[in-house]
Design a protein around this ligand. Structure first.
Ligand code: UFG
Length: 332
């Protein structure tokens, strides 16, 4: 099959491209390069620069490359920014998806496409503040931000389109993604715990804990961190599952099922980086749920997928990527 991977020049997308091509699939990257980096696209993989809002460009990419499957990762993903710019997020994440699906199913240009499978990048943000030990796919979805709303609406669009057209579909709900395959594929954004701690250590400042009065064992928030390599493998497994089952509709958590607190993460980071800077506790960050940990039972049962990488692998590889861009950090 030939897979159009939207957002394939982004941090997660580039790992998906790499995993898909290593698994023997043909890939074409479609990315507007607003945050993506062209150099992340491997040699031999075509890069089409365009927005998913551009119906003509999408249609041309699908036809030119005889695309038969789509993995849709292109999206805006900053929770805080989505609160300030909800219309922008709805346009990029929901309207961009709607236009893409229209072209993929031939609704825009009847008879053109031969796409049979569609994998959608969703998020644990669809659950909002889940009040359960382990979040299953049946846990009610109550998103707490416009970002989470656009991901939930995206799942609805994808599922409804699959039902109406026979397109095999999957929504993968990513938990907290970290790590890198190689330093040059590392996340360059400083929007999540690990890079935010790296940044503080590099500035010789104490890492910050946003609140230690949560109802968790050490009072700090608990999350389910997953290595981007494992996440990329989940896409390969999903793509294969859809190929062999036309009409299939999957909604899957992609997490490890292991909760790790902010304080524990900072201890791991200190151990990996050789810094030993005690954190400082600041007030809670508004909107943070105390605990979000996946049940990974369904993805294991459906796809036989299991995470292989641990927290140590995530932090070590993320640190190598950080030091590549911030060499001064290595000097401790
Ligand atoms: N945190 C700190 N100090 C920091 C940075 C973060 O204490 O310097 C804490 C946060 O308060 C939170 C935890 O670390 O409790 C993890 O924060 P992240 O920002 O890394 O991740 P979130 O769980 O807030 O967000 C992630 C993804 C989002 C997704 C969301 C819900 O980054 O894309 O999960 O699934 F929407």
């Amino acid at each position: 099959m030939t897979w159009l991977i939207t957002g394939g020049a982004g941090y997660i997308g580039a790992h998906v491209v790499r995993a898909m091509t290593e698994a023997g699939e043909r890939a074409v990257v479609y990315d507007d390069l607003s945050t993506g980096i062209a150099e992340r696209v491997p040699d031999g993989v075509p890069l089409v620069v365009g927005s998913t809002l551009d119906a003509e460009r999408v249609a041309r990419a699908l036809a030119d490359h005889a695309v038969t499957g789509v993995v849709h990762l292109a999206a805006k993903k900053q929770v805080g920014e989505s609160v300030d710019l909800p219309l922008h997020y709805y346009r990029e994440n929901v309207e961009g998806l709607r236009v893409l699906l229209e072209q993929v199913t031939g609704a825009g240009a009847p008879g053109a496409p031969g796409v049979s499978s569609f994998v959608f990048s969703s998020s644990a943000a669809v659950y909002g503040m889940p009040d359960v030990e382990l979040v299953t796919e049946e846990t009610p979805c109550v998103p707490m931000s416009p970002y989470g709303e656009t991901k939930l609406a995206g799942e609805w669009l994808v599922r409804a389109t699959g039902r109406a057209t026979g397109l095999a579909t999957a929504s993968l709900r990513y938990f907290n993604v970290a790590g890198a395959a190689t330093p040059h594929l590392a996340d360059t954004g400083v929007f999540n715990l690990i890079p935010m701690v790296f940044e503080k250590l590099t500035e010789k400042a104490p890492p910050r804990i946003f609140g230690d009065d949560y109802a968790t064992p050490d009072g700090t928030c608990v999350r389910d961190y997953i290595h981007v390599l494992d996440l990329a493998d989940a896409h390969v497994a999903t793509a294969r599952a859809l190929r062999s089952s036309p009409g299939r509709d999957l909604t899957l958590n992609v997490g490890r099922g292991e909760g790790v607190s902010v304080r524990e993460m900072i201890d791991h980071i200190n151990a990996v980086t050789g810094y030993d800077r005690p954190p400082t506790v600041t007030p809670r960050r508004p909107g943070d749920p105390s605990r979000v940990v996946a049940s990974a039972d369904r993805i294991t049962a459906e796809l036989g997928w299991n995470a292989k990488h641990d927290i140590q692998d995530m932090i070590t590889s993320a640190w190598e990527g950080w030091v590549r861009l911030h060499p001064e950090a290595a000097r401790g």
